[in-house]
Design a protein around this ligand. Sequence first.
Ligand code: C2E
Ligand code: CA
Ligand code: CA
Ligand code: CA
Length: 279
Amino acid sequence: AKENGGNRFHFYSEDMTQDALRKMSLEEELRQALQEDQLTVYYQPQYDLGNKKLVGVEALVRWNHPEKGLVAPMEFIPLAEERGLINQLGLQVLQKACTQCAQWLNEGFDPGILAVNISARQLTERQVPEQISQILKFTGWPVHRLELEVTESFFISDTQRSLAVLNQLRDMGIKLAIDDFGTGYSSLSYLKQLPISKLKIDRSFTRDLIDDAEDRAISEAIIALGKSLGLQVIAEGVELEGQADILIHEGCDQAQGYLYGKPMSAEQFSLLAAANPVS
Ligand code: C2E
Ligand code: CA
Ligand code: CA
Ligand code: CA
């Protein structure tokens, strides 16, 4: 048994090395991607459940890898966070998305509110509000049309500084939404301190809304909580009419998901925007 254990340890440490090497080369490739402009942005529509109109668009990063093709964010966002590349990445996405949306607006397509994901890590960097402000000025995207989606995880580290950054962003006129709401570990009491305007119900609750009484109860509770705090509520991951019907019945304001549209290239999204002019 002792020998076996030794072998296992041997394999385990070899795996660790493999893993470390794989990460190192991915990090190198990612640095190159940031330098050589290999990131691209996909857009997913957000709809008002009352009047069924397009009210916004979420920017979702994709890596246009020279050999691997389009790489999904889960393959590189965690590494970018770990290796200190996430702010640079996030700002590139923001700049691309603001440029695109400003162009749409100029062309007479109104995409509504632009929602961009911001990593909890970025909120610990003091220069972030100024960097975002520069991008808005440079691209001409109106500040009140920008919404940043942040997960509850920001509360775990450096809360005071993150709160200060969030307050600064809010004071600039930027909207803030809590992403993946309900999946974090923090207490609800933080909600009243936060300068937020929207809760985003996580897909894990939307998914089984039709069959799972618990998930229905949770989504109902989140919507009621949002309402009583004066916040907007949007559900993500809506794939079925039945889910949308329940959300409408529960009083949810907005929805996003494959039912309305998958994340798509700017080109594809233009066609959708043209078909759904917003007044
Ligand atoms: P998220 O912010 O919760 O984004 C929602 C994810 O659900 C997206 O995956 C989207 O493609 C997917 N989705 C949307 N509607 C549906 C649906 O109806 N059904 C199903 N099954 N999935 C749906 P994606 O694009 O792969 O992004 C994954 C995560 O990567 C995002 O989760 C977000 O946390 C992160 N991410 C994406 N872009 C950025 C970025 O620019 N910056 C940062 N920091 N994170 C990003
Ligand atoms: Ca999001
Ligand atoms: Ca989510
Ligand atoms: Ca359940």
